[in-house]
Design a protein around this ligand. Structure first.
Ligand SMILES: C[S@@+](CC[C@H](N)C(=O)[O-])C[C@H]1O[C@@H](n2cnc3c(N)ncnc32)[C@H](O)[C@@H]1O
Length: 343
C-alpha cells in the first residue's frame, strides 16, 4: 500500500486546549510529514536550559536527538544522560550523536524512573544535575514509521507502544477495556464528542472478532461519525486518545517533575515542552506548588504553612512558538514551554 502524505496529529494529535473537554483540539491538518523530527522551540529551550554553563544534563525524551545535539554542542565538557523508552529512536539518536559519544550516556528507559536512572549512572538522585529537558509526547518519526500503528494512513497492526518491549498494545487495550472505560479515554484524552457511540460500536463489533489494525479502527470510527467535509479525519482524536492511554502518558508526570527538581543542583534548570492541555495543566500545577512562597504572617517566628519554595518560575506564562516556526513546522503549533530554576 502506498503511503499518502499524512495528516499530522493522528495518534500524535497535539490538541492544545486549556479549557477542558468542551473545546476542540487544534490539530494541524497537514504537516508535510517527511518522517524526520524537527526539534520544537529549540532556541527558547536552549536559552532557558543554559547548557553553556557545563555540568551534567538530562534529556529525558531523546527522540531523534535534535535538542540533545544542541545541548552537547553548547559546552565541550558537558555530559548528557539521554533517555528514551523507544529503543529504535534511541538507536537512531545514538548514531546521530556519535561525535559526542564519550560525553553521552544512552538509556533505554522511562523517564519516570529518573531517580533510578541517575543512580545507575553514578550521579545520585539529588542535587547532581545542571539541567533537565523533557519534550513530551511522540516524535514525527514515530508517527511516520511503518509498522508502529500510530497512524491510520496505512493499514497495519494496531500497536502504538513507544516501548515495544512492554505493556499491552492498542489492540489489546480495545479488547480488554469496558465500554465505559473506552468512552472515558476517548473523551478525556481526545476530547472526542462521540466518545460513547464510538466505544459502543467497538464493543458491538467485538462479537465479530477483535479490532486488530489501524485501518479497521479508522473505518469503524468513520462509520459512526462520517467525515461530512471536516478538515480532520474523524478517527484523529480517537487515535490520539488511544496512544495516550496505551503509553500511560499522563500518569506519573507530576512525580517526574518532582523527581527532576530533586535531581537539580542549586540554579539548575528544568525545561518542559508539552503538546496537550492535560500535560500542560499537570506541569503548571506542579511547578506552581513547588514555587509557592511562604504565606505565613510576618509576626510568626517560623514558617507554619509548609510551602516548599523549591523553584523559581522562569516562565510565568508558557512560551509559545513563533508564527514563523509554526509555518515551517506545524507540529510546533500546540507547543507550550515552561521552565523553572532550582533554588
Ligand atoms: C517529541 S519526541 C522528542 C524529540 C526530541 N526532543 C528531538 O529533538 O528529536 C518525544 C520522545 O519522548 C519519548 N518518550 C515519551 N514518553 C517517554 C517516557 N515516559 N520515557 C522516556 N521516553 C519517552 C518518545 O519515545 C519520543 O521519542
Amino acid at each position: 500500500m502506498t503511503r499518502r502524505p499524512a495528516l499530522y496529529g493522528l495518534a500524535g494529535g497535539d490538541g492544545d486546549r486549556d479549557a477542558g473537554p468542551a473545546r476542540q483540539p487544534e490539530i494541524p491538518a497537514s504537516p508535510g510529514r517527511s518522517g524526520a523530527h524537527v526539534p520544537v522551540m529549540p532556541d527558547e529551550s536552549l536559552r532557558l536550559l543554559d547548557p553553556s554553563r557545563g555540568g551534567l544534563f538530562v534529556d529525558a525524551t531523546l527522540g531523534q536527538g535534535g535538542h540533545a545535539e544542541r545541548i552537547l554542542s553548547a559546552n565541550d565538557s558537558l555530559r548528557l544522560i539521554a533517555i528514551d523508552r523507544d529503543a529504535e529512536s534511541l538507536e537512531m539518536a545514538r548514531r546521530r550523536l556519535e561525535p559526542f559519544q564519550d560525553r553521552a550516556t544512552f538509556v533505554h528507559d522511562d523517564y519516570r524512573n529518573l531517580p533510578e536512572i541517575l543512580e545507575r549512572a553514578g550521579a545520585g538522585r539529588s542535587g547532581s544535575v545542571a539541567g533537565v529537558l523533557a519534550d513530551l509526547g511522540i516524535s514525527s518519526w514515530q508517527l511516520a514509521a511503518p509498522g508502529r500503528g500510530f497512524s491510520f494512513q496505512t493499514d497495519e497492526p494496531l500497536d502504538m507502544r513507544m516501548d515495544r518491549s512492554s505493556g499491552p498494545t492498542a489492540a489489546q487495550l480495545l479488547a480488554d477495556s469496558s465500554t465505559e472505560e473506552l468512552a472515558r479515554i476517548f473523551f478525556e484524552y481526545g476530547e472526542e464528542r462521540h466518545a460513547r457511540r464510538i466505544a459502543r460500536a467497538i464493543h458491538d463489533r467485538g462479537v465479530h472478532g477483535p479490532i486488530l489494525t489501524t485501518g479497521e479502527l479508522a473505518s469503524l470510527v468513520e462509520r459512526v461519525n462520517p467525515r461530512r467535509g471536516a478538515r480532520l479525519h474523524p478517527a484523529t482524536r480517537v487515535f490520539q486518545a488511544l496512544r495516550i492511554a496505551v503509553n500511560r502518558e499522563l500518569q506519573g508526570l507530576d512525580q517526574f517533575v518532582l523527581d527532576a527538581v530533586e535531581a537539580l543542583q542549586a540554579r539548575g534548570r528544568l525545561v518542559l515542552l508539552t503538546f496537550h492541555s492535560l500535560e500542560d495543566r499537570t506541569i503548571k500545577t506542579t511547578l506552581r506548588t513547588l514555587s509557592h512562597q511562604c504565606s505565613c504572617p510576618r509576626s510568626l517566628p517560623r514558617c507554619a504553612c509548609n510551602h516548599p519554595d523549591r523553584v523559581a518560575l522562569l516562565t510565568r506564562k508558557p512560551l509559545r512558538p513563533s508564527p514563523q516556526e509554526v509555518a515551517a513546522n506545524p507540529r510546533a503549533r500546540s507547543a507550550k514551554l515552561r521552565a523553572a530554576e532550582r533554588l
